[in-house]
Design a protein around this ligand. Sequence first.
Ligand code: PEP
Ligand code: MN
Length: 373
Amino acid sequence: MILLLHPNTDKKSDDYQSLLNKLSQLSDVQTRVHDVEGTEQTLTEIYLLGNTSALLLNEMQDYPCVERVIRISDEYRILGRHDDEHRASSFEYNGVKFGQDTLNVFAGLCAVDNPEHVELMMKALQANDQVCTRMGAYKPRTNPYSFQGQGKDCLPWVFELAGKYGIKVVAMEITHEAHVDEINDALEKTGHPTGVMLQIGTRNTQNFELLKSVGQQTTHPVLLKRGFGITLEESINAAEYIASEGNQNVIFALRGMKTNMGDPHRNFVDFAHVPVVKRLTRMPVCIDPSHSVGTREAAPDGLLDVMHVTAQGIIAGANMVLVDFHPAPAKALVDGPQALLMEELPLFLSDVKIARDAYLKRCELMNEFKNKS
Ligand code: PEP
Ligand code: MN
């Protein structure tokens, strides 16, 4: 059961204290208090875990500080939607809104290589009104002898360049909890020129200790990639690990499943699950067309497969796109063959807009239909 308190409920008030007092007397029920900090208000949610079946909704509702009571199923207790349309499904980070009703594009380098390429990327993003990017500094590689990423040494200049070109959020994969400290140190030393969204890659979707550590910090939102060989339910439970530790600012990314059934694509594109994740949870849903498709092949219509699957995800309501670009793909140290070219950025963004407009029109059409019937 979740008790949603009125916005800005004072924790010192008699109402709040008498509610806590009542809850502490319940046997077999544990309480966890989560504060959701927004720009204008703080929302407090109290999770009642354990044997809550005997608790009466009305009794809980009668406490003056309680706005609403939701009875939740066992699954996805915090991130689950629980058939409730009104629960918050968005958050703001460094001035950028992420929600189930927004769309943010994170075009950037799969792997940071040198300042020249990073600057060319950032410059192109600014010229195209973009405030988010992806930049890989820690790369989990199949082969131990492959380039492992520039690591912490590149962080100061990557963040400074991001700030110089007005980038507000950099999505950056981490593979170890120590990387969060390294990122925080670099942000501190450079005076916080940008923000960082911590990315958990598909190889770490069920690295539970890593999930717990990014869940215990609330400075950075987390982008969790779906595990490439596990069920959707298992991956959503991985997201719930993060939320259960205290950080509810989680975005769920679809990046294709590893199976030969997807050949000749690198992974089997799973963007049909965009609406499913939005229905089951309150998380914004990201698509990664680059790691799904893995090539620059194009259809006879001239459109690259990467662009086609991007449009498919967006027309189904995706909220974020993580996409690889590179100023000189032949020189890229990781995933050059799937990177889009700098001159393709305006084309890609225009195509994204067409798909987004089509999605919004489809929603309107459905609303008209519902209002008539
Ligand atoms: C990446 O985004 O660079 C990446 C390694 O993706 P994934 O974890 O989906 O393979
Ligand atoms: Mn990659």
